[in-house]
Design a protein around this ligand. Structure first.
Ligand SMILES: Nc1nc2c(c(=O)[nH]1)N[C@H]1C(S)=C(S)[C@@H](COP(=O)(O)O)O[C@H]1N2
Ligand SMILES: [Mo]
Length: 322
């Protein structure tokens, strides 16, 4: 069975019971009921998927105040995270398959400080802040998400990369025992999921490591416990659940580029003038949409972040290096 990338029918019109095996559905309902009972004190008002997430302390910043936020419900139930399934609601439904306890990140390559670090040790020196960013998926939908996290540059500087480091490679969790999609023989993806940035892109002020959204720790379906956010690039660059960071000399191989290099470039800067071979990139659906309200808006060059990032691509043919 060959699954073509990014061709999956969105299943957000189905109800949960249509797409979840009956037994799991019932277990889950029982679980929700127990949860409701435990919270019967009336502490919680909403049934959002991040109900039990920890509240975070963070600084509000000026990034992205002009956009209206995509509701938390949509941000946490309409996802791309193939480790948890290819349907849009699979990641939320299968979130428990992702085990995040005792998370470590391995740092390798051209840096003075390498080795395996506890996530907590990497994070403890970072000042958490909120960044409201637009996320534009290559599938022509977009959201506005209030992330919580810290600058990627600040995080990378603690490892003291050397002058030989020209690119940074990021690698996601590989856990085929728990992540059913990774254990499956029928998968398009050569796991683990990999992504990369050129060093100047990684050091750009917009590049962000998110450990939360909507003021709480990241839900698993959004890439817990730590994921990249590069808002001027198509969403697939924003790699989730990172376990390894490598400082390298050569441009690293990346997952979607490996699958179809004519459709997904290494740079993958949002560009309304370069169409995907199978659809236009000139406009996007701003979620949430409904049957009566599709909310099509024009896509902006660099997803509207040209002022902060365009200088990095001076002299590059963005039609060729997309
Ligand atoms: N490890 C991993 N990271 C990933 C993906 C994935 O399948 N696996 N999907 C990417 C794609 S295509 C998009 S659009 C964004 C979606 O992020 P969100 O679900 O938090 O909105 O995550 C990106 N990061
Ligand atoms: Mo995407």
């Amino acid at each position: 069975m060959i699954i073509k990338p990014h061709e999956f029918k969105s299943s957000h019109l189905l109800t949960e019971s249509d797409v979840t095996p009956e037994s799991i559905y019932n277990d889950r309902r029982k679980f929700m009921k127990q949860g409701m009972f435990a919270l019967a004190g009336g502490l919680m008002a909403s049934m959002s998927p991040s109900l039990w997430a920890k509240k975070l302390d963070y600084a509000k910043t000026a990034y992205g105040k002009q956009d209206s936020l995509t509701p938390e419900e949509a941000v946490t139930t309409y996802n791309n995270f193939y480790e948890l399934g290819t349907g849009k609601d699979d990641p939320a439904n299968n979130a428990a398959q992702l085990k995040t306890e005792g998370w470590t990140i391995e740092v390798e390559g051209h840096a003075e400080k390498t080795g395996k670090f506890d996530l907590q040790d990497i994070i403890k020196n970072q000042q958490l802040e909120e960044r409201i960013y637009r996320l534009r998926c290559v599938e022509a939908w977009s959201m506005v998400i209030p992330w919580v996290g810290f600058s990627l540059a600040d995080m990378l500087k603690q490892f003291k990369p050397t002058s030989k480091a020209k690119y940074v490679e990021f690698i996601s969790i590989h856990d085929p025992k728990n992540l059913k999609a990774q254990g499956s023989l029928f998968s398009t993806i050569d796991w683990p999921y990999r992504e990369g940035l050129r060093m100047d892109e990684a050091m750009n002020e917009l590049s962000f490591m998110a450990t939360g959204l909507y003021g709480k720790t990241l839900p698993n379906q959004n890439g817990a416990p730590i994921r990249l956010v590069v808002p001027w690039k198509y969403g697939f660059k924003s790699i989730k659940s990172i376990v390894k960071i490598r400082f390298v000399e050569e441009m690293p191989a990346t997952t979607w580029n490996d699958i179809a290099s004519n459709e997904y470039g290494f740079y993958a800067n949002v560009n309304p003038q370069v169409d995907h071979p199978r659809w236009s990139q000139a406009s996007e659906r701003r979620l949430p949409t409904s049957f009566f309200n599709i909310k099509k808006i024009p896509t902006q060059m660099f997803n509207g972040y040209g002022e902060q990032v365009a200088y990095m691509y001076k002299g590059m043919d963005l039609k060729r290096f997309y």
